[in-house]
Design a binder for this molecule. Structure first.
Ligand code: SF4
Length: 63
């Protein structure tokens, strides 16, 4: 499983980070710092929760 993030659409409300801070790091001004990542075994549920927490719907789960 992979996560893809349409970083340019981030509004910096940090919901993803609040749910799964280790997976969704923020930059110095509070916007998502990564464009995606490979989800390690065991992190799938946290990755999904972070994705669902984004009100902008810019975090996508991919195979
Ligand atoms: S929840 Fe979405 S909009 Fe908010 S910081 Fe995370 S990626 Fe950006």
């Amino acid at each position: 499983m992979k996560i893809r993030i349409e970083k340019s659409g981030c509004v910096g409300n940090a919901r993803c980070n609040a749910v799964a801070g280790d997976l969704y790091p923020l930059d110095d001004v509070g916007y998502i710092a990564v464009e995606g990542f490979d989800v390690a075994p065991g992190d799938e549920e946290a990755a999904r929760k972070g994705a669902r927490a984004c009100p902008e719907r810019i975090i996508f789960e991919e195979e």
